[in-house]
Design a protein around this ligand. Sequence first.
Ligand SMILES: *Cc1c(COP(=O)(O)O)cnc(C)c1O
Length: 378
Amino acid sequence: MKKSYLATPGPSPVPQEVRLALAQEIIHHRTKEFQNYLAQAAADLKKIFRTEADVFIMAASGTGAMEASVANVIGPGDKAITIEGGKFGERWTELVKAYGGTPIVLKVEWGEGPAADDVAEMLAANPDTKAVYATLCETSTASVQDIQALGKVVAPTAALLVVDGISGVGAVECHTDEWGVDMLVVGSQKALMLPPGLAFISVSKKAWAVIEKTKRTAYYFDLIKARKAAEKNDTPYTSAVSMIRALCAATKMILDEGMDAVMARHKLLARAARAAVEAMGLKLLSKVPSDAVTAIVLPEGIDGKALAKILADKYGVTVAGGQGPLTGKIIRIATMGYMDQFDVITAIAAIEMALSEMGHKVALGSGVAAAQKVLING
Ligand SMILES: *Cc1c(COP(=O)(O)O)cnc(C)c1O
């Protein structure tokens, strides 16, 4: 008998309330019953995203909403600043290129955040920039970007601020309207406690003005079509009815707990994870660590892939490895979404056991004890 523990930064564990909602009879998407779910989900997401802007729900993985935010804004020759501090920042650059745009890339050291001043300089040198593409939590390096600071430099310009909040929203603060985020992109399978399959996007008034003037080539991801359908409380194509019903169960759990409490829980769990890493004598990759995921630099001689394999095969704990240049060099454990103190303790305990088994000297219980201290003392 072997139990499974999912500690990856997406997909993340899904609570029973949400799984049971998925098991309900399929209903038709053009019915009053379904429309009530859709309206509820959109209203709840606005609260979670902290926005009054329009929010759309699409059947896609998170990248689908990223694509929508590019396809509706960027046409051939359009300039966009893309912030690259990891795998997902690189995706922004690739998407802008895919739609014929000209990316102006701000390279950031992996594990660090961008300086808003650098973005301000790039905007001043390129006043025809249509959008700045940033990432709330760069999952590949477990690092946050200061979206509030970016908002301050982007808001006074003609450019839109577009933020990939796929793994961040629901785990770290994101004040969409207050910070001047024009389009926020979120996915279902990270901190929102759902299976993979839904993507969300908010669209500000400033963004609509740009979208309306853009020669758009998107079909499925055409946001003007989505807006027309939303006026009738509908989606342009068949809604993912079961997932949207499950979404209502998940947003209810988040809002019942309260956004401030949800943020505080993530802060505490991530602090416990970081304290454990340091107590085990290991290093954190990030200089600006996120509360959604923790990236652990592995000691010399420990291969991340081998470690992840032992964790999964022997202990049933699934963690994420490193991507791109970090392949084999780090492992990442999530504290996003449906997670509590014992999820952290489990992951840390398993890492201590697996490292020890691989011949790395680690005092068994050192990481667990450090995490426990943080969890007890708050
Ligand atoms: C997971 C993730 C994505 C990709 O989402 P998919 O659902 O796999 O398309 C993009 N950006 C960030 C920051 C992520 O964490």
